[in-house]
Design a protein around this ligand. Structure first.
Ligand code: BG6
Length: 489
């Protein structure tokens, strides 16, 4: 079996990391606009001003704005997401390059503060609406289907700072208003929608910080529930008003194995997968909380009635397809003397001696893609999209050429794994590798961690021409698409 006719080959990006134009066209601020760059070993910081005018910062993961302080862009720091790699001014050139590679689908996100600068504005920002209309029209010119993430890590900062963010159930109504506006505006241009990027990232804190304070864990589950409700409400609305839409969830692929065949490890891993991965898919695809959720709420001291009160809404708003990001796998064990791998996409796990690790310590495992595709399809029986995958690596730019055999090798193995999964019977319909053009890393804020088939001349300090260059992998992926996944050499 090979890739079916009409398979959506493409690439994926997100506005906060790619678009730039942070203070143009009437756009408001997002949290990523007050987040500095970092590295693999040094954290990204969120910056603010205290009431007395003094500057302050806290680490992106786990920190909090002090009482009386306000988020602020400070002169002494560089904020890589402000420019991204400037899709805002390069979209025509970039889309032409995607078309040259043969893309059938392009995943991008709409920046909510570009449409509603504060989130609670009365009317949408016309310049913002026009920008995305131009982009979608440009994509259609080349027969490329947009796949739009409605919220990808850049909700309006105003909501976070003044309205309590997703902790406050009123944010659900603001999100609905935003969705209604973009659905109506782009109903003839966009068919495929993802309500939230990596919705399970909200509860990843449980894996990142095993000793996280209970209140932090509790609030994460409350925020996630509010996002489930928001998603279900707009999915229901879309189904009723725009029957041509296909609505999907997007979950971070927290795929792990038991480190040993000790049954205790098998059980520990089952729980990890339930807590970090299936918890979200179960609600969003099946439309109700799974049985094991009660145990989690009890463990955290959360009142089950809070989650159960919205059962009807969740049931009515389950999605049409499942999408996830897949980069790496990890292991779980009860033998705590084993080595932690300390990395992976959004998670920490234990090291697997059978796989290789990337420069950023992510466990490269193409078989895990086949494994997860089978698990997901068996469980949900809806079409599946792999909407992020790829290798973050340092590329050498010499004589306007970029030779990236490591990326080609990674991609080739993952395309083969998808082909095997199709052969296993999985209804896989799309593949949009991450950062198809170089963009800012979400985790570290670096530019040097590149995923693209297209190189962008920009460094970690914001120096560069922003010129675009085709890497070797560009031609490889072009051939892969042209042959519908049969010519991978
Ligand atoms: C996913 C996100 O977590 O992984 C992307 O949806 C992110 O926004 C991607 O960029 C890769 O992670 P990183 O940290 O290498 O950019």
């Amino acid at each position: 079996m090979s890739f079916p006719k009409g398979f959506y080959w493409g690439g994926a990006t997100a506005a906060n990391q790619y678009e730039g134009g942070w203070n143009e066209g009437g756009r408001g601020l997002a949290m990523t606009d007050v987040t500095t760059g970092g590295t693999k070993d040094t954290p990204r910081y969120v910056t603010y001003r205290n009431a007395d005018g003094s500057a302050g910062k806290y680490t992106m993961f786990g920190g909090k704005l002090p009482e009386g302080a306000s988020y602020a862009v400070l002169d002494d720091y560089y904020y890589p997401n402000h420019i991204g790699t400037d899709f805002y001014h390069h979209y025509k050139e970039d889309i032409a390059l995607f078309a040259e590679m043969g893309f059938k689908m392009f995943r991008m996100s709409i920046s909510w503060p570009r449409i509603f600068p504060h989130g609670n504005d009365e009317k949408p920002n016309q310049e913002g609406l026009d920008f995305y209309r131009n982009v979608f029209e440009e994509l259609h010119k080349y027969g490329i289907e947009p796949l739009v993430t409605i919220s990808h890590y850049d909700d309006p900062l105003y909501i976070e700072e003044h309205l309590g963010g997703w902790q406050n159930p009123d944010t659900i109504g603001l999100y609905e208003k935003y969705c209604h506006a973009i659905f109506e505006e782009y109903k003839d241009l966009v068919k495929y929608w993802l309500t939230f990027n990596e919705i399970n990232s909200l509860i990843m804190i449980a894996a990142f910080m095993p000793n996280a304070p209970k209140e932090l864990l509790q609030s994460s589950y409350i925020k996630l529930h509010n996002q489930f409700v928001a998603s279900a409400k707009v999915v229901k609305y879309a189904h009723e008003k725009y029957p041509q839409f296909e609505m999907g969830c997007m979950i971070a692929g927290m795929i792990s194995y038991p480190l040993t065949c000790d049954p205790k490890d098998v059980l520990a891993n089952q729980q990890r997968m339930q807590d970090l991965f299936y918890y979200c898919g179960d609600v969003m695809v099946r439309g109700y909380y799974p049985g094991y959720a009660k145990k989690t709420w009890k463990k955290l001291g959360l009142d089950a009635s809070f989650f159960e009160k919205d059962a009807e809404i969740l049931k009515e708003g389950h999605v049409d397809f499942f999408s996830y990001s897949y980069y790496a796998t990890s292991c779980e064990t009860t033998h705590k003397d084993s080595a932690r791998d300390g990395a992976g996409n959004l998670s920490m796990g234990y090291q697997n001696s059978y796989i290789k690790y990337s420069e950023w310590g992510w466990g490269m495992d193409a078989d895990g893609l086949r494994f997860s595709l089978n698990e997901i399809y068996d469980r949900y029986q809806v079409p599946v999209m792999v909407v992020e995958n790829g290798l973050g690596a340092i590329d050498k730019f010499e004589d306007c050429k970029i030779h990236d055999p490591y990326r080609i090798e990674y991609m080739k193995a993952h395309v083969k794994a998808m082909e095997e999964a199709l052969d296993d019977g999985v209804n896989l319909i799309a593949y949009t590798p991450w950062g198809c053009i170089d963009l800012v890393s979400a985790g570290t804020g670096e530019m040097r961690k590149r995923y693209g088939f297209i190189y962008v001349d920009m460094d970690d300090e914001g120096n560069g021409t922003l010129d675009r260059y085709r890497k070797d992998s560009f031609y490889w992926y072009q051939k892969c698409i042209q042959s519908n996944g049969t010519d991978l050499d």
